[in-house]
Design a protein around this ligand. Sequence first.
Ligand SMILES: CC(C)(COP(=O)(O)OP(=O)(O)OC[C@H]1O[C@@H](n2cnc3c(N)ncnc32)[C@H](O)[C@@H]1OP(=O)(O)O)[C@@H](O)C(=O)NCCC(=O)NCCS
Length: 155
Amino acid sequence: MKPIIRPATEADIQPICELVNAFADQNLMLHRTPEQVRRALGDFLVAEAEGKVIGCGYLAYLGPDLVELRSLAVHPDWHGQGVGGQLVEALVTMARARGLRQICALTLAPDFFVRQGFRVVDRWEISPKIWSECVYCPKFHACDEVAVLKDLFRK
Ligand SMILES: CC(C)(COP(=O)(O)OP(=O)(O)OC[C@H]1O[C@@H](n2cnc3c(N)ncnc32)[C@H](O)[C@@H]1OP(=O)(O)O)[C@@H](O)C(=O)NCCC(=O)NCCS
């Protein structure tokens, strides 16, 4: 059955945490607590198939014009079937509808994002992210993540 992409609800908090934290345990992304997910619930989308959450991602506001795509994850059983691409497309549409001008991500999978229309940038191009979070990260001076950015509107 083809997955559907929909806004997250309270019942999705636990499955989202399980999905994201399984990848976080492999150092592929950051861990999320149920409380963090609850606070961001209105900004989360999930992919659902056969009654289960099989993918997720959310938008975190970094400024009036810039939003970050975070916690993008697809269950391994569903990899390579377009679910990640569908989630990115839906989150980009959501960011555009909310009037944001740019969407960014810090990722270990830059090629995946480039295929979704993002471009690789110097991380200082997303400086609100760097100043608000990265400077506190223990890996700040040895960060292996790549910054990617997509313009949503031409000025
Ligand atoms: C990255 C991820 C979300 C992609 O989800 P998906 O549903 O498999 O994505 P799609 O099916 O839309 O696209 C798959 C394509 O992306 C590519 N891809 C997947 N992970 C990749 C990675 N780490 N680096 C580069 N390309 C990657 C695949 O090779 C595949 O290419 P193909 O179509 O030529 O075979 C998924 O692999 C995942 O959950 N990974 C673990 C968590 C993670 O790394 N999240 C992103 C961090 S921000």
